[in-house]
Design a protein around this ligand. Structure first.
Ligand code: CTP
Length: 397
């Protein structure tokens, strides 16, 4: 990945974390990027124009009507940039952008910006928890603006709580990743399943598994960033800029995926589907009796992945089917057996004996197999990086 010759537009708003952005500008410059900075007038209480000018080696933009050429500044800056990063982003600026308010140069550029925007909020914990701020963030996120949540730590206001700007490394990586997306999924439709299915026992009880849905979500976000139309079929609720179909059981999931089958290019089954469901769902809450032990009877769920892999398409083109497998031993051997048995085009194998990756974790390390027996090991990385690498492999191999 490289930042060579990329145009990064940084918006700095009025928070104490503004001083940290000086280091980030230097890091971007060292990597070969061109950087321009827009400051809100309040941000200059925390960092000087001269510092930012020296570090970015460019003029610093503050006022909307400092007209230097025929094109309004907010349009020429938006045209110039490959990406816009707003860091630190205050509650005020986040809320204005979400509502389409364009009352200074920074918010006007954000309003006119049609490419990727990443925001890194930083504020007092009570402001962060304010329902309006959270609702505005949700709105932005739904529209495809990525945000990097603040972290816990010492806040300038004296609190030790959530609100501190996330690490500069996280911001740098998010910008670098966003600028290096391939568009190999442009014009394609990708359907992804995520989360552990929920098999109900009675109105208050169910069985499920530890799947957090994070890998499926990371795949969905990456596919979206790579230009695909995305449908995420999930047992977990997420705010996302693409279509989310919320399901519970394996049978619900099967129905939702089959509905998409004839109109999609890829189906990625990242969900942890229960192999069995309760045979007799009790409409009433099961009462405790005198018995010391009880027995529940289960029936087999359909194997959605195997069914899809063997299904006949109504169109000429069958979607490419990708499965995931979770193995606690003999990873490659079991994965080879599973891809042959299920008949999918690719299988992404996870080693669940490792505590540092996989279930619930933000990181993963996987091996991808294809039908022809080719294998690719993806080194340990964030689920976002792994997701992009999986998508790049399956869309080009
Ligand atoms: N899968 C599915 N339907 C099921 C069970 C699993 O579609 N009823 C899919 C999962 O979404 C995953 C793949 O099959 O993409 C492999 O899941 P895994 O649990 O590893 O495979 P199983 O067939 O359940 O094999 P086992 O549990 O015996 O290892």
């Amino acid at each position: 990945m490289t930042l060579q010759n990329k145009h990064i537009l940084i918006g700095i708003t009025g928070g104490i974390a503004a001083y940290k952005i000086c280091t980030l500008i230097r890091d971007f410059k060292k990597s070969g990027a061109e950087v321009k900075v827009i400051c809100t007038p309040n941000s200059l209480n925390f960092v000087t124009k001269l510092t930012l000018q020296n570090l970015s080696q460019n003029e610093v933009y503050i006022q909307e009507f400092d007209v230097k050429n025929w094109k309004p500044e907010h349009i020429s800056l938006a045209d110039w940039a490959d990406i816009m990063l707003i860091a630190p982003a205050t509650a005020n600026t986040i809320s204005k952008i979400a509502q389409g308010i364009a009352d200074n140069l920074l918010t006007s550029v954000a309003c006119a910006f049609s490419k990727k925007i990443i925001i890194a909020p930083a504020m007092n914990v009570n402001m962060w928890n304010n329902p309006s701020v959270q609702a505005n963030l949700k709105t932005l996120h739904k529209r495809g603006i990525e945000y990097l949540p603040p972290e816990n730590g010492f806040l300038a206001c004296g609190y030790v709580a959530k609100g501190r700007l996330c690490s500069l490394e996280k911001i740098y990586n998010a910008v670098e990743e966003a600028l290096n997306y391939s568009d190999s999924l442009k014009g394609k439709k990708v359907v992804i399943t995520s989360g552990g299915t929920i098999e109900e026992i009675d109105p208050v009880r169910y069985i499920s598994n530890y799947s957090s849905g994070k890998m499926g979500l990371a795949l969905a976000k990456s596919a979206y960033d790579m230009g695909a139309e995305v449908v995420l079929i999930s047992t977990k609720d997420f705010d996302c800029p693409f279509k989310l179909v919320k399901v519970k059981s394996a049978l619900d999931m099967q129905k939702a995926v089959v509905e998409e089958y004839n109109s999609t290019d890829y189906i990625i089954m990242a969900a942890a589907v229960a192999d069995y469901r309760i045979k007799n769902f009790s409409k009433q809450k099961i009462k405790k009796g005198l018995e010391e032990t009880i027995t529940l009877e289960f029936v087999k769920n359909p194997d959605i992945l195997a069914e899809l892999s063997n299904k006949k398409s109504e169109n000429e083109i069958k979607p490419i089917i990708v499965g995931f497998c979770a193995e606690s031993e003999n990873l490659i051997e079991n994965a080879r057996e599973k891809i042959a048995r299920k008949g999918c085009d690719y299988l992404v194998a996870n080693d669940i004996s490792r505590k540092d990756i996989g279930f619930g974790s933000d990181e993963n390390e996987v091996t991808i197999l294809n039908k022809n027996g080719e294998i690719k090991k993806l080194e340990k990385a964030s689920k976002n990086v792994i997701a992009r690498e999986i998508l790049e492999w399956i869309s080009t191999k």
